[in-house]
Design a protein around this ligand. Structure first.
Ligand code: FES
Ligand SMILES: [Fe+2]
Length: 430
């Protein structure tokens, strides 16, 4: 149980808050690169700030204040040009680093005043990696954008899946260090929804949590496994400060504001042997729905079940009313680390998992359970015969609503038909 003040400290992300300042020290994924194959700009709210993300005609991304510095028109309706974005209202032009490059009428009427040289709009640096656009909201200089090894894996079909979940980011991130919920929500509850049978799967017998440089790992032993299992030996990664790494995919929980979170998934699937060598020309980005057509939370797919649970905790979970149990040891560790890091930030001390040295930022490996399942080359036949692997090829099990055009792209990449997930979660095995 936390105090009201502690809960506020973990959950509030505005620019003046402790957590807002801490999270601004890390790069955040904010959109998919391929979105800008069909659009030129879009409004974006991140960490409570209203912004515009655009791609200029030179192919560079810019992230600037949503409202024009002149008379506050919406720059997301602006025109992109070679050197930035031009406000549609009176034509002022801004570069990606926020400089005002042109004020057409003022430049004509009073060229000697050069008033544009004194104007700047808010802007944030962006980088592109893994098919994602990343933004840095903190003070210069920006640290390295982590170059996770997974981004360099070959012969894979990658997709980016994004959803806006109407609840606070911290309850989403607590899910990254919560092994017991797999058994109950994704397996037992998920199967109950589908089959209406009162049957429970293998129980967790033991869990453990460890901290490492880039976050935490959680370790589990379930009925039918033992201490030799990679699930115990290696563990899964709760990535600092707002990610989750499960081997074949990352999930990030990016605060939109105090009451909404952008769920960003990067999903890799190794293509079958027959399809190699495979070069992906475009990493598709799609936006997954959180609610069905009746307005009910979708409960059929793994991450939709997560979303449903997070939203069920309340818009901002009230941790003054909770009763922490034995399964929550990792959550307690993570909260303590956040409180410690908030102090470190306040006292300008070094922060966890910040990479400053570019020479240390090359294909950084992360602990990975059942890594051979993710990166090993297998034939179509071998995949089809693999009871726990095939479902991850047959359909996108993580979120509902994969568009047909992405199904088609993945069917072509896999050399087998991809269809919508039927909603039965098959526990992953070695
Ligand atoms: S409001 Fe943007 S140029 Fe006038
Ligand atoms: Fe989950």
């Amino acid at each position: 149980m936390l105090t009201r003040e502690q809960n506020d400290l973990l959950t509030q992300v505005g620019p003046a808050t402790g957590m807002g300042k801490l999270l601004r020290c890390y790069w955040m994924p904010v959109a998919g690169v391929s979105e800008f194959d069909s659009i030129q700009s879009k409004p974006l709210k991140i960490l409570g700030e209203d912004l515009v993300l655009y791609k200029d005609l030179s192919g560079r991304f810019g992230l600037v204040d949503r409202n024009c510095v002149h008379r506050r028109a919406d720059l997301s309706a602006g025109m992109v040009e070679k050197q930035g974005i031009r406000c549609h209202y009176h034509g002022w032009l801004f570069s990606a680093n926020g400089d005002c490059l042109e004020q057409p009428y003022e430049d004509t009427a009073h060229p000697e005043a050069n008033s544009k040289s004194r104007l700047k709009i808010k802007s944030y640096p962006t980088e592109v990696k893994g098919g994602l656009i990343w933004a840095y909201f903190g003070q210069a200089p920006a640290p390295q954008l982590p170059d996770w090894e997974a981004f360099s894996w070959k012969n894979g079909f990658v997709q980016v899946v994004i959803s806006s979940v109407p609840c606070n980011w911290f309850q989403c991130q607590e899910n990254s260090i919560d092994p017991i919920h797999f058994e109950w929500m994704h397996e037992n509850w998920g199967n109950r929804l589908r089959t209406n049978k009162l049957e429970f799967g293998a129980k967790h017998l033991k869990v453990d949590f460890k901290e490492f440089e880039h976050g935490f790992t959680y370790h589990r032993i379930k009925e039918g496994s033992d201490e030799q299992d990679e699930a115990w030996q290696i563990g899964r990664v709760c990535l600092w400060p707002n990610g989750f790494f499960l081997g074949e995919h990352f999930e990030w929980r990016v605060p939109i504001d105090d009451e909404n979170t952008l769920s960003v998934t990067w999903k890799y699937t190794r293509v079958p042997k027959e399809m190699e060598p495979f070069e992906q020309s475009v990493i598709p980005t799609w936006y997954g729905p959180v609610f069905d057509e009746k307005g009910q939370p979708i409960n059929t797919h793994v991450m939709n079940q997560d979303f449903l649970a997070w939203m069920g905790q309340g818009t901002v979970a009230d941790r003054t009313k909770e009763h922490i149990g034995a399964s929550d040891k990792g959550i307690v560790m993570m909260r303590k680390r956040f409180f410690d890091e908030l102090q470190n930030h306040a006292h300008q001390k070094p922060l966890k998992a910040i990479i400053l040295d570019a020479s240390m930022n090359h294909h950084i490996p992360l602990p990975m359970v059942y890594g051979h399942q993710v990166t090993q080359s297998r034939s179509i036949q071998e995949i089809k015969e693999h009871k726990s692997l095939y479902p991850f090829y047959k359909s996108y099990v993580f979120q509902a609503g994969q568009p047909d055009w992405v199904k088609k792209m993945s069917s072509q990449a896999f050399g087998m038909e991809v269809e919508e997930f039927d909603g039965i979660v098959i526990p992953r095995q070695t």
